[in-house]
Design a protein around this ligand. Structure first.
Ligand SMILES: [Cu+2]
Length: 265
């Protein structure tokens, strides 16, 4: 029984340190890609919390293991004794340790994830306001659709592009996702955005970029032999540039459909 107290103090102290450390605001870490989004810091913070807490718990376990291995090593004249570990004090130690890990690590992470997810979900723009883009995954392209001049999807003036997406900076963008064949995943690491595109249903994800930049739009779901080359260009640009670009696409579409109509005559 005499070690129970010291073991518990040791574990609560190390895990308490971990929790305090992980609670601190953490800046960008060199192994994470730069974050251009307004919500990315939530994910980075959770990533760091999980990393630090599990690292400290791992260190605590290894240090305890090495300590006991040395403390109770073989010595002349000392006999090893077999211990079934089923006495009340053993069960108490085990339960107490499990409770400390559960409360200090698991519940802490679950609580912080819920707070962050609630905050990100509550920021999701309404389809009626802000920019809405339909993105459809297909083997092996991202098909990007804008509603065109009439502002409605599914009409003749929709602007559809393959593997090219433009959005204005400092604007909430709602991405409505679906897939034509298998499950794909819309992924832009630098915006901390990842959402499955599932055939037969719509999923939604939103982001707001803080600065103009050109990024790669990846597929994060192994979707077939061409998965490796399924990528698009995501251009985040000032609002004027975005509007000019969209006008150009609409004009091009109009001109080509006019030509098509003339050649039919
Ligand atoms: Cu894919």
């Amino acid at each position: 029984m005499k070690h129970l107290g010291s073991v518990l103090v040791y574990l609560s102290a190390t895990l308490g340190t971990a929790a305090a450390f992980a609670g601190a605001e953490t800046g960008p870490v060199w192994w994470l890609p730069p974050d251009y989004s307004t919500t990315g810091h939530h994910y980075d913070r959770l990533f760091n919390i999980v990393l630090y807490e599990t690292a400290v718990a791992f260190a605590a376990v290894v240090i305890a293991l090495v300590y006991f291995a040395i403390r109770y090593r073989h010595r002349e004249g000392r006999r090893a004794e077999y211990d079934r570990g089923d006495q009340p004090k053993h069960i108490m130690i085990t339960l107490a340790l499990a409770m400390i890990v559960f409360v200090a690590i698991d519940m802490n992470i679950v609580h912080r994830s819920n707070v962050s997810i609630d905050e990100i979900r509550s920021g999701m723009p309404d389809p009626d306001d802000g920019l809405v883009v339909w993105v459809t995954g297909e083997q092996f392209n991202w098909v990007v659709t804008y509603p065109g001049p009439d502002g409605k999807f599914g009409t003749i003036d929709d602007v559809t592009l393959r593997n090219e997406m433009h959005v204005p900076v400092n604007t909430k963008v709602l991405v409505r996702l679906t897939s034509r064949d298998v499950i794909h995943a819309f992924n832009v690491p630098q915006l901390r955005v990842k959402m499955d595109a599932v055939p037969g249903m719509e999923t939604r994800v939103w982001f707001e970029a803080k600065e103009p930049v050109e990024l790669e739009l990846a597929c994060a779901e192994l979707c077939g032999w061409g998965h490796y080359m399924m990528k698009g260009r995501l251009v985040i640009e000032p609002r004027e540039d975005f509007e000019r670009w969209l006008k150009e696409q609409e004009a091009f579409l109009l001109a080509s459909s006019d030509k098509g109509a003339q050649s039919d005559e």
